[in-house]
Design a protein around this ligand. Structure first.
Ligand code: SAH
Length: 347
């Protein structure tokens, strides 16, 4: 019996070098295969024309370079595009591309569904179906890049799609390692942001890893009583512990943490909340992203009126903090923050 083919999209450069070595080839052949898969986005060994015909034949039997299959694309009035991908086992995920004047941001999923059940997020209603493999996370980016116009290039990446990235840390870490490899897609870690609902051990692992990506923390409340209600993960790691981990997070020069704050009418948008938030974040080099709540009939809360969001922002500004209001993008196709839920996830 021959072995099943190895999926190479989720292999690091070193792993591919070892794989080729195990096939009796020099290690640099592994590097070439890595370049073909990650930089030139070859889907099949037959296309890797810098390799000998014999080696291509051998690889065709031994490896696959599978990607999530693009099942649907929707474009919003504001240019935001949402992609539905089908995975090898039939599970589905969504990714979003957000064009701006000078950037094109890819919003990537790390899990099918999410176990955290935040009250304001539709993905949470799906529950966790499974983690994505490293190759599925990388494949998502390769497939997105492929779906672009030839002149377009993904400039920024946010791990803010479906799932909690720090609950799938080994696969996320490996995927980012592959995507940042200079012989592959060569993303700059400075242009990647990982967003967490506040998984403290995960933040510590990220701090200790060599991945120098940006960290965003979804805070969305200023008291444990309220945060417990909104984000059940707070019952395990309350605000003080979360912010202690943030204070310890190593920040390179001129970089800042981000705190995301979903604005819910009469829930977390009081003047007292703004004052408390300023006090909680004192001494942390950070910026705050106020996110207008994207309401849907399946979620209980209402969005804060614009004046309340602006009054909240003003209090933060007056306290010396940087706070921006994130413009909601892709709302009409359910591509905005917290709105990623596949049809499968309604079953
Ligand atoms: N699990 C990670 C990654 C998902 S990021 C995290 O929680 O950070 C998704 C972002 O969208 C989070 O900042 C979250 O607070 C925000 N969000 C979720 N549901 C939303 C909604 N209905 N409206 C606006 N923002 C929402």
């Amino acid at each position: 019996m021959s072995q099943p083919p190895v999926d190479v999209v989720g292999l690091t450069r070193e792993e591919l070098e070892s794989l080729l070595e195990s096939l009796g080839e020099p290690r640099y052949r592994g590097r070439q295969v890595f370049q073909w898969v990650q930089a030139r986005r070859a889907r099949r060994p037959e296309a890797m024309t810098s390799l000998s015909k014999a080696l291509r034949g051998l690889l065709a039997e031994r490896v696959r370079a599978d990607r999530p299959e693009l099942a649907q694309m929707q474009q919003a009035a504001d240019g935001t595009r949402k992609y539905l991908f089908r995975l090898g086992d039939g599970e589905e995920i969504e990714s979003v591309l957000i064009p701006d004047e000078d950037r094109l941001t890819a919003c990537i999923s790390t899990q099918v569904g999410c176990p955290l059940a935040c009250r304001f997020c539709l993905t949470g209603l799906m529950g966790l179906r499974r983690n994505l493999a490293a190759g599925e996370i990388v494949g998502q980016v390769l497939s997105l890049q492929e779906a672009l116009e030839p002149a377009e290039r993904i400039s920024n990446m946010v791990l803010m799609g479906m799932g909690e990235p720090l609950l799938n840390f080994p696969n996320v870490e490996k995927a980012l390692d592959i995507l940042c490899d200079e012989l592959g897609a060569s993303f700059s870690p400075r242009r990647i942001t990982l967003s967490t609902a506040g998984h403290v051990p995960g933040i510590q692992k990220l701090a200790a890893s060599k991945l120098a990506v940006n960290l965003a923390v979804s805070l969305s409340a200023t008291t444990d009583a309220v945060r417990d209600q909104l984000m059940p993960i707070n019952r395990r790691w309350p605000i003080a512990e979360l912010l202690a981990a943030c204070r310890e997070f190593p920040l390179p020069n001129r970089r800042r943490l981000s705190f995301e704050y979903v604005m819910l009418d009469q829930v977390n948008d009081h003047r007292e909340d703004a004052h408390r938030l300023a006090k909680l974040l004192r001494g942390i080099r950070c910026k705050i992203n106020l996110i207008p709540f994207n309401a849907t009939p399946d979620l209980p809360d209402r969005p804060s009126p614009r004046q309340r969001v602006e009054a909240f922002q003003k209090i933060l500004h007056d306290a010396g903090l940087t706070a921006t209001i994130r413009e909601s993008r892709g709302w009409d196709i359910s591509a905005a923050c917290g709105m990623l839920r596949t049809e499968q996830g309604r079953a």
